[in-house]
Design a protein around this ligand. Structure first.
Ligand SMILES: C[S@@+](CC[C@H](N)C(=O)[O-])C[C@H]1O[C@@H](n2cnc3c(N)ncnc32)[C@H](O)[C@@H]1O
Length: 309
């Protein structure tokens, strides 16, 4: 098990892991809660969700645990059998967004872990990371990561500064939970609001990502243009590639997605960015054999100004 995975898991799991590495996470032989198969675009990837370790009984690990109910989920990717990623879900987010691991995140993490997109040695920046499963996964695959999202800012007296009262903004503890999930190091997380162009440029220039990733970001029409600008800035400053996944199935009702897709496929980002879209299927199988099928849109964007270097 890597040190990243150690930090990610609660104390009870670490004790259990002591004797035989991550395999002991689900003691009694890898009790799998759900299996995920992501298929499409010429590949098949797998992820397993293991039974979450039993609660430690400690509610004071940090402020998130102190004030809010939390739940744990543990993922393992069969091609990376020694490593597992533990994620703490909270009960607060951006309205209903970001507090839980969404299926797109599982599909994206699976692509990263199983070689659908090379990650080792790359600088990977995640937008709208929420609970941070793809970032935490990229980290165990050898990437340098920066997990970003946005949350309330506070002034020097700890009072919340609202920069935009018309928008839902997650609590500042949201950022703290993201730090916890990606390895406990604040340097791996940064506040990046798609509405703040200056901050986007600064983050891109400072971190210099070569791969930008995002799961289930295209949600409200009021955010879609700013998200598009953010991706464009990343691809025109340092990133060579962006990889985005969103759910297409009608029950997910991603209102902004059809127009976002139409614009991308229509070349809104100009000739220097090539766009490829594909549909994937995420098949979730529960312990009792019940299956759920979810169609997803994979959007790959490449900055062709790097060709021939
Ligand atoms: C549907 S959630 C997806 C979370 C995570 N990527 C996943 O798939 O589990 C959308 C995420 O986008 C973030 N988000 C929404 N508006 C944003 C903005 N203006 N700037 C940065 N992040 C934003 C939310 O906080 C939330 O974490």
């Amino acid at each position: 098990m890597t040190s990243a995975a150690r930090i990610l898991l609660p104390a009870a799991a670490l004790v259990a892991c002591g004797s035989c590495g991550a395999d002991a996470l689900a003691s009694g032989g890898d009790a799998v809660t759900k299996s995920y198969v992501v298929a499409g675009a010429g590949f098949v990837n797998l992820a397993h969700e293991l039974r979450a370790p039993s609660p430690t009984g400690r509610r004071d690990e940090d402020e998130v645990e102190l004030y809010y109910p939390t739940t744990r989920r543990v993922f393992r990717f069969p091609h990376r059998s020694e490593e597992a990623v533990g994620i703490r879900q909270t009960s607060f987010g951006c309205g209903k967004l970001g507090a839980n691991v969404w299926p797109s995140s599982i599909a994206l993490a699976s692509l990263l872990a199983n070689g659908g997109t090379p990650t080792e040695g790359r600088r990977v920046l995640e937008l709208g990371a929420g609970c941070g499963l793809p970032s935490a996964t990229a980290r165990i695959c050898g990437s340098e990561i920066l997990a970003t999202d946005y949350w309330e800012q506070t002034d020097e007296n700890g009072n919340v500064v609202f920069d935009d009262k018309d928008r839902l903004v997650p609590k500042s503890l949201f950022g703290q939970n993201l730090v916890y999930n990606v390895g406990g190091d604040e340097n791996l997380v940064s506040r990046l609001d798609w509405f703040d162009e200056m901050n986007t440029f600064q983050t891109a220039n400072h971190f210099q990502p070569d791969l930008v990733i995002g799961a289930d970001l295209v949600y409200y029409p009021s955010d879609a243009q700013q998200l598009m600008n953010t991706i464009e800035i990343m691809l025109k400053t340092s990133a060579r590639e962006a990889l985005l996944i969103s759910p297409l199935s009608p029950e997910y009702e991603r209102e902004a997605l059809p127009e976002f897709r139409r614009q991308l496929e229509g070349g809104v980002l100009g000739d220097s960015i090539d766009v490829y879209t594909d549909e994937l299927e995420l098949v979730t199988t529960k312990d009792n054999g019940d299956e759920d099928r979810l169609t997803m849109l994979l959007m790959r964007l490449y900055s062709n100004r790097f060709y021939g270097e």
